[in-house]
Every structure is written in structure tokens, then in C-alpha cells.
Ligand binder design. Structure first.
Ligand code: SF4
Length: 210
């Protein structure tokens, strides 16, 4: 089967919006500040963005709050006047979906369910707000399966009645740019994906000294 070029799909959409002068409303699901940095700069001239911080996978709560606060700081320092909706910390839906899948490696079924949970919440919120599109910053990560994320986004769009903005934000050196911006704004760059299982795996791979 031919591989879909999601980066090109996004570029074609941006070129179309630039040509027509339209600036639709986009609900952008954000996993953290570093992944949002390049993505925001890439999209903001073509979309009226609202950021959506919904990540019940993140543990512990202090980590969740720290990632959220870093996102708020980034938005302020970029001076983009973008509203941020952040949900109260409630990891219960994540633990319900991860039940029995705790030992699976990253990119397995637990991760697919985790991504689907967040995309479904973003699609639902986008419908509630009357947004024209929704999407997620998650495709910027080289550790994530962009094809899965985009397929899932397309399915959620059908359920919610809001268009999904297909994307691959790592294209055009997007990931590299996010690292440069993280240095420029001194952003916290976590060394584990987010859930307690990814944290345990990270600690096993790189045990703390002493
Ligand atoms: S490793 Fe990341 S994507 Fe996978 S379940 Fe944990 S937080 Fe979600």
C-alpha cells in the first residue's frame, strides 16, 4: 500500500489557506511545551489556534502540572495571544485503558489506546467549541507512529463531525526546530513519554547513580 505523506498534506492545506486568506479555528491538542513550540509557530499564521492540554496519561500529578505550566509559559513568551484550555488532572481514564497492558513496549496497544483517548477528547472538545479543525502536536515526535495518529484522527473526525488536520510536524526539520526552541526558551524537556510505565522503562534503561 502506498505510504501517505501527511507532511505534504499539511503543506497543501497551509498553501490553500494562504491563497484564500481564510484563517479557520483549530483546536490543537498539546502534549507538552517542547512539542508545541515548533507546531505553534508553523501553524499560527494560518489558523486561529486554541491549545488543549488533556493528558491523563502523565504521572505523577506534579509532572502533569509542571508540563502544563511550561506550556503556559511558552505561550506567554511567544506572545501569540493563544487561549489554552487545560483539564483538571484525572488519570482514571488512562489507567482503565492501560489495564492488562502495563508491560507492553512503547508504540504497542497501550500507546495506541492512550493516543486515541486524547484524540477523542480533542475531537469532542473541538465540536463543543465549534472549531473548524482539530489536531495534535504528537506527530512531531520521532518516537511516535505518525501514520497511526493520523488514521486515528481521521476516525475521530467522522465520529465528532469536525475535520482532522492531517500532519507530520517532524517534517521540514520540525523536531530539530523544537529542540532549538526548547533551548532558546529554556523549556523543560522530559526524559520519559509520560505514563508511569514509560517512566519505569526509562529508569530501567538508565538507572540513577548512587
Ligand atoms: S508510553 Fe507514552 S504513549 Fe504510551 S501509554 Fe505511556 S504515555 Fe501513552
Amino acid at each position: 500500500m502506498e505510504k501517505v505523506n501527511y507532511g505534504r498534506m499539511l503543506d497543501e492545506k497551509l498553501a490553500e489557506l494562504t491563497r484564500t486568506g481564510e484563517r479557520p479555528a483549530l483546536l490543537l491538542h498539546a502534549c507538552c511545551a517542547p512539542c508545541s513550540s515548533h507546531t505553534l509557530l508553523y501553524l499560527h499564521s494560518n489558523f486561529r489556534i486554541t491549545l488543549y492540554f488533556y493528558n491523563p496519561n502523565i504521572a505523577p500529578e506534579e509532572e502533569y502540572l509542571y508540563r502544563r505550566d511550561e506550556l503556559l509559559r511558552l505561550v506567554k513568551e511567544l506572545g501569540l495571544d493563544i487561549p489554552v484550555i487545560d483539564e483538571a488532572y484525572d488519570p482514571a481514564p488512562f489507567y482503565a485503558l492501560a489495564n492488562g497492558l502495563e508491560d507492553l513496549p512503547e508504540r504497542g496497544e497501550r500507546c495506541q489506546r492512550c493516543i486515541a483517548l486524547r484524540l477523542r477528547a480533542a475531537g469532542t472538545k473541538a465540536a463543543e467549541l465549534g472549531a473548524d479543525y482539530f489536531t495534535t502536536t504528537l506527530t512531531i515526535s520521532p518516537h511516535k507512529d505518525a501514520a497511526f495518529i493520523n488514521c486515528c484522527g481521521g476516525e475521530v473526525a467522522e465520529e465528532c463531525g469536525v475535520a482532522y488536520l492531517f500532519s507530520d510536524f517532524k517534517k521540514h526539520d520540525g523536531y530539530k526546530h523544537s529542540i532549538e526552541l526548547s533551548h532558546q526558551y529554556s523549556l523543560y524537556r522530559q526524559d520519559y513519554c509520560g505514563c508511569v510505565y514509560s517512566r519505569i522503562n526509562k529508569e530501567k534503561a538508565c538507572p540513577a547513580e548512587g
